[in-house]
Write a protein that binds this ligand. Structure first.
Ligand SMILES: [Zn+2]
Length: 239
């Protein structure tokens, strides 16, 4: 099975994934300081093992021993990192989305970013993960995701824009009894000019009459503009 993966058979990898997920999750929960990090550690460990296998490296004998060692290594790295700066290390490119150097705000932003990331469709998460977090080149990402390099680029553009909209949306405080929820749940897209004309007009005329929503939109536009001013990290550029 491991040899199949090494030859690029991703179906074999998903079988390995299914059969070792429970063990990996158990080890990750035992080793991480923070239960919500355990899931990420498992995802990181599987991505790292897959990358090693596709590069012709990785386990020769026991897949499970190799995987659990990787999980432990990732968990320890994450524990050290989160103790050091209380931010979630999403890699330098993702950290660029973080808006302030103040550590409390950074920690909040990292959680917001994380929630935004998790709200995205799986394929968007996957391409962002491969490129922004693992730092894979478009060609390598294409092999993992069964896409051409051009396919990777266009998926990545959509995923980045989607992340940006979701990230803005996460800054809108929503409660189920909010009378404005029908408008405010579109604000992330609205600020990015990504809602259809009819909805756009409906929201615009609501905002003229609703001071609260107008304030929220001013706030979101500030966040959006602040993201433009940030220099782009190298890892975020696909050429
Ligand atoms: Zn309103």
């Amino acid at each position: 099975m491991v040899d199949l993966v090494r030859r690029g058979d991703l179906a074999a990898f998903s079988e390995l994934y299914e059969s070792h997920l429970a063990v990996a999750g158990y080890v990750a929960r035992a080793e991480t300081d923070n239960a919500s990090d355990a899931e990420d550690v498992v995802a990181e460990a599987f991505a790292s093992v897959l990358e090693a296998l596709l590069a012709g490296k990785g386990p020769r004998e026991s897949f499970q021993a190799y995987l659990t060692t990787t999980v432990r290594r990732m968990a320890h790295r994450r524990n050290v990192r989160s103790r050091r700066n209380a931010t979630l290390g999403y890699g330098s490119a993702m950290d660029d989305l973080v808006l302030d150097d103040n550590s409390t705000i950074r920690a909040f932003e990292a959680t917001v970013l994380m929630r935004a990331f998790r709200s995205l469709p799986t394929r968007w998460q996957a391409v962002l993960w491969c490129v922004e977090v693992e730092g894979l080149k478009p060609a390598a990402t294409g092999r993992v995701m069964e896409l051409s390099p051009n396919g990777v680029s266009s998926l990545l553009i959509r995923a980045r824009e989607g992340l940006r909209q979701a990230y803005l949306q996460e800054h809108v405080a929503q409660t189920p009894d909010d009378p404005c929820i029908d408008y405010s749940r579109h604000f992330g897209k609205y600020v990015r000019n990504a809602v259809r004309k009819a909805a756009r007009q409906r929201i615009a005329s609501h905002v003229v009459a609703c001071a609260r929503c107008a304030d929220v939109l001013v706030y979101l536009k500030e966040i959006d503009e602040a993201m433009n001013e940030r220099p782009k990290g190298d890892a975020a550029t696909v050429s």
